[in-house]
Design a protein around this ligand. Structure first.
Ligand code: 0L1
Ligand code: MG
Length: 263
C-alpha cells in the first residue's frame, strides 16, 4: 500500500534521477520520508524509468540486486531487489568507462540470461526459466549508488533503481542446456590481481532462481518479463570499488571473458 502522494513520488524521482545524471551524491530518501514503504520505493523507480523513456531512452534489460546471501549480509538487507537497464548504461567489452560521469563505482561479476518466452509470476520457478531461456552470457555490472558513501536502506536503494549505472556484456553465449550454472566458476581480477572468485551458486543456489524471483516480484505490479529480455541476475562476487586508472578483467568458465578500464 503506497503512502506517498503522486507529487512526492514525482519529486523524489526527479531528485534521484538528477543525482544520477549529474553524478552528485545525496542522502538516503528515507531520512525525509521514514514511513515510505516498498510500493512507494518501486513507484519512484518506475517513475524514473518513465521519465527516461519519455526522453527517448530505451530500456534494454532488467537487473536483480542483492541476490547473494553474502551481499545481502554485506549491505545489511534481507531481500533482493530489481531495477531496469537503460540503453546508455551499456558499455562495450574492452571499453574505457568514464568515471567523471559516476560517483563511486563498484564492479560485480554476474551471469546474464536472455529469455525467449514470456515469464509470468506468481509461482514462476527455475524450471520455467530454463524452458524460457535463449542463452546465458557473462556480464559485469558497474553499480553506483547515488547515496553518499553507499549508506542506505533497502527502500532507498529500490527507489534509486538499485544503484544501476553501467554494464558490460559479451564473451560467449551458451544454451543453458550446455552448462551447470551453479558450478560455473568466475574469477575477478583488478589490475592483474585476483580479487574474488565465485561460482554461479552464489546467486540463490542457481542464477535461474533470480530470474524466477524477478517474474514473481514483477507480478506484484501486474508486470511480466517479456520474451527477449536481457536480465542480469546479481553479483556472484563481492562488489569491488574502482577508480580512474583501474583495469578489470573477469574470466568465466565456458563463457569467455570480459574486460574494461576506468578512465
Ligand atoms: O546490483 C546490486 O546488487 C546492487 C544493489 C544495490 C545495493 C548496492 O548498491 O550495493
Ligand atoms: Mg548487480
Amino acid at each position: 500500500m503506497s503512502t506517498l502522494s503522486r507529487e512526492a513520488v514525482a519529486q523524489l524521482a526527479e531528485h534521484l534521477e538528477n543525482a544520477e545524471l549529474q553524478a552528485q551524491d545525496v542522502t538516503k530518501i528515507t531520512n525525509d520520508y521514514p514511513t515510505m514503504d516498498f510500493e512507494d520505493a518501486y513507484d519512484i523507480q518506475w517513475e524514473i524509468r518513465r521519465r527516461k523513456e519519455a526522453r527517448g531512452t530505451k530500456i534494454v534489460g532488467m537487473k536483480l540486486g542483492l541476490t547473494s546471501w553474502a551481499k545481502m549480509a554485506q549491505m545489511g538487507v534481507e531481500v533482493p531487489c530489481y531495477g531496469f537497464l537503460a540503453d546508455y548504461f551499456s558499455c562495450a567489452n574492452g571499453s574505457a568507462i568514464d568515471t567523471s560521469t559516476l560517483i563511486h563505482p563498484k564492479v560485480e561479476a554476474e551471469i546474464a540470461f536472455v529469455t525467449n518466452k514470456v515469464l509470468t509470476g506468481p509461482g514462476c520457478h527455475a524450471a520455467d526459466v530454463f524452458a524460457a531461456t535463449e542463452c546465458v552470457l557473462p556480464a559485469v555490472e558497474i553499480i553506483d549508488s547515488r547515496y553518499r558513501d553507499f549508506k542506505f536502506d533497502l527502500k532507498s536503494v529500490v527507489a534509486d533503481n538499485c544503484s544501476s549505472s553501467r554494464f558490460v556484456t559479451g564473451g560467449r553465449s551458451l544454451s543453458v542446456d550446455h552448462m551447470d550454472l551453479s558450478t560455473a566458476g568466475v574469477v575477478l581480477e583488478k589490475n592483474g590481481e585476483i580479487v574474488d572468485m565465485a561460482t554461479g551458486a552464489a546467486v540463490l543456489g542457481n542464477p535461474a532462481e533470480s530470474v524466477a524471483m524477478l517474474a514473481n516480484m514483477l507480478a506484484e505490479r501486474g508486470e511480466v518479463i517479456p520474451a527477449g529480455t536481457f536480465i542480469m541476475t546479481g553479483g556472484v562476487t563481492a562488489a569491488v570499488a574502482v577508480e580512474a586508472g583501474d583495469c578489470i578483467s573477469v574470466r568465466y568458465h565456458d563463457l569467455g571473458s570480459l574486460s574494461m578500464r576506468f578512465v
